[in-house]
Design a protein around this ligand. Structure first.
Ligand SMILES: C[S@@+](CC[C@H](N)C(=O)[O-])C[C@H]1O[C@@H](n2cnc3c(N)ncnc32)[C@H](O)[C@@H]1O
Length: 239
């Protein structure tokens, strides 16, 4: 199967609409990813088919939920090569996106992708989540915070929840340990001011991989001492 059919049919299996115009944009993203990956470490996945399935379709599977609305302000914490939120932006261009990562070379890659795809209203933040979560220009400013493959759930909540407005959502992708991580996160959720809303299980098309989309809603302001300074959360996550 060629990349176009793989992409469009894979998304169809998830009830997500896609057409050739959208596919063409993802081809540009894929080509840049492979080109830049020769020089800087962006992804361990180098097979084109796998990039489509494990990066693009996996990220877009979040549109199985109805939480991501036109014009939302979204921050992706530890976005790396742009996952999951840069595919969201390509799919829904009205989003206002902030891409945050502690590695500047990855930020430079993201700038190039956005330039080549003419994506507007994307902000690039080079730095650590712990620091920007304490910055009043970013704290409690977002409708949605998201993350994939960055840290265990209690730590991830501490990184991400401070960015969310009251009534906003944290949407993260987790593997088979999602339920255990949820159990370990009860105290963190309460301390930081989010409640768990739902877990959506997704079978990744063409694979036997099941992942979980976890959705949390913010119900109270996060106490000012969170997130704690760089280095501390991963050593002493709130449980
Ligand atoms: C394993 S990669 C995952 C990248 C991407 N989210 C994905 O799913 O492919 C983790 C990324 O998080 C970034 N990162 C880890 N801890 C961070 C922190 N405290 N603040 C900002 N970025 C962080 C790393 O630089 C790296 O790019």
């Amino acid at each position: 199967m060629n990349n176009k059919d793989l992409f469009i049919n894979g998304l169809k299996q998830l009830n997500i609409d896609a057409d050739e115009t959208l596919f063409d944009k993802f081809e540009i993203y894929k080509d840049l990813l492979l080109e830049w990956n020769q020089k800087i470490n962006l992804t361990a996945i180098e097979d084109e088919r796998e990039i489509y399935i494990k990066h693009f379709i996996d990220s877009l599977s979040c549109f199985k939920t109805n939480y991501i609305k036109e014009g939302d302000f979204v921050i992706d914490v530890g976005t790396g090569a742009g996952f999951p939120s840069l595919p969201w932006k390509i799919y829904k261009e009205s989003l206002n996106l902030s891409l945050l990562d502690s590695l500047n070379k990855r930020i430079n890659f993201l700038k190039q992708v956005c330039l080549d795809l003419n994506l507007e209203n994307v902000e690039f933040i080079h730095g650590r989540a712990e620091d920007f979560g304490q910055n009043e220009n970013y704290r409690e400013k977002y409708d949605i915070a998201t993350a994939r493959a960055v840290a265990s759930l209690p730590v991830l909540l501490e990184y991400c929840v401070p960015f969310i407005k009251l009534g906003g959502y944290f949407i993260c992708l987790k593997g088979p340990l999602a339920d255990e991580e949820l159990k370990e996160s009860k105290k963190a959720m309460n301390t930081l001011g989010v409640e768990f809303i739902e877990k959506i299980q997704v079978n990744l098309p063409y694979t036997d991989i099941n992942h979980n989309i976890l959705v949390f809603k913010k119900f109270k302001n996060t106490p000012g001492k969170y997130p704690r300074k760089s280095g501390k959360p991963s050593k002493a996550p709130i449980k």
